[in-house]
Design a protein around this ligand. Sequence first.
Ligand SMILES: Nc1ncnc2c1ncn2[C@@H]1O[C@H](COP(=O)(O)OP(=O)(O)OP(=O)(O)O)[C@@H](O)[C@H]1O
Length: 581
Amino acid sequence: MEGIQIQDDAQPYSSMAGKLDPRLLKALDVMGFSHMTPVQQRVLTELPTWRTDCLVQAKTGTGKTLAFLLPALHCLLQPHAAPPKGQVAILIISPTRELAQQIAVSCDQLTSQLAQPLECHIAVGGTARASAHSRFMKGNPSILVATPGRLKDYLSDEYTAEKLANFQTLVLDEADTMLESGFLADVKQILQLIPPKKTGWQGMCFSATLPPKVKDVVKVVLKSGYTSISTVQENETPTHERVPQYHVIIPSVAETFTALASLLDVEINQCSKIIVFGVTANMIALMAKVFGQGLTPLKVFEIHSRLSQGARTRTTDQFKEASSGILFASDVIGRGMDFPNVDLVIQVGLPPNGEQYVHRVGRTARAGNDGRAIILLTPAESFFMKVNRHLPIQPHPETKAVIEGAAAYADPVTQAMYNTDEEVKQRAYSSYIGFFAGSGLLKQVRLDKPGLVQLANELAIKGMACPEPPPMDKKVIGKMGLKGVPGFNYATGGDSNGRSAPRNRGNQDRGNQNRGNQARGNQARSNQDRGNQNGNRRDALSPGAGQSGSRGGVEKSRGGRGGRGGRRGGGRGGKPQAAAA
Ligand SMILES: Nc1ncnc2c1ncn2[C@@H]1O[C@H](COP(=O)(O)OP(=O)(O)OP(=O)(O)O)[C@@H](O)[C@H]1O
């Protein structure tokens, strides 16, 4: 098994003989872990007792999982310390399903040397609830690793909650995100459903990032006087020193896909296992579709919340095993996930915040390996570097080559976009608008609402080869708080999911074509329609668009592209077609 490069002064696990349960020591030996990582060493040697409440910070990929599992498991294994048979002793809450599954694997490895291994159960969304729940109820679970939603669901049934009536340790992994507004309400509800803190259970909070505001809320799980441990110095950057970090500022959002293709081309000589994060699940789905059409020689993987849990788990397993490949990913794997030997992390567009940037970067340079991280931003998005000055992000030394190389990918990207289902592009477009509209980012990128729609239209038309802004359902626009904002192409129909049907297109013909044909057919139709839709086009661009020059660009690009037939000759190999032409 891969191991972290151990510092010279690292303490061997053998020094814990007589302190740490011998069966755990044996398991560590079997796992190939001879020495403690700094965070493991400090937790195991500095906690007043292994039942003490603690808040622990250590950089990504430095072994925090074992740092909470070892003391908790040791305590559970002491004679007469376990709760009655069939009752959970250790409850671990993780923000994502994939991370919960990964923690459970580590737990099973650590208990593998017991005469009777302890049962570690998982309760996460997206999986067959009935069978998992029945196994949980009929079995003898000692450890439960759960995501908040499914845990709440379990605990709201009093018979199921009984199984946690005597638990001893609560771990919040990725504690800062668990105690942030998105999850805090869930955590508080969970705390109402488990025995009260005064019954004496231990709280453990772990993360690579602990912004000061976390300390205000951490008291919901930690007793005052808890022990704080951090292996990160106060003014030290929270990212790993082994990860050089770069930014590439692309001239406009329209170049997002071509610049990414060019960047991959530049990086491919030194990196072969890559994770690309995007802004939304639907945008990532589009990237995976497009790059999966030969824009990169690497095998393409895809993971985000729009996929079934089965597909997510399969991809996780495959990408863990893969020696090379490119994983287009959302934040479902942004924190905690341990994919061995990832040598490059690329973030396309803004991360939700500085902390999440750090965690995404942390998917590389794990367990003693090196890695690189690059963020691709538009000029408006480059404020990110200013508000996160503590992050050592430098201009990419080959920015010029990346930007210049992007033009060569215009044709292959366009071709791949043409071959991509219109609905995939529509969802990506809609989600892109939703990302900005719902995140309070508009001010920071200095855009008003019409400006946002114009920006998204530019991305769709110039970047995704859409003949016009993808249609949007009025209801969806309203939900985004953009009612009445000019620039949208309003859909005439729509299904109950809020997915809209493009106007000027007979809905009934959709059912008669397979998806590929449908996309091609629509594309051809749209190309024909273009000349007749000046009215549509006008309301698809904001009033300012005509003056800004942007619109001119749109027209030029449309005219320049011509009909699809003209591009058919272009192959789909990894090489830029325009360059070849
Ligand atoms: N003592 C050790 N010796 C060698 N390798 C180790 C040791 N402890 C953990 N590892 C390995 O280091 C890698 C990172 O560990 P882990 O996933 O626990 O990191 P982490 O600090 O929780 O990261 P993140 O902040 O991203 O959640 C894993 O592959 C793990 O197996």
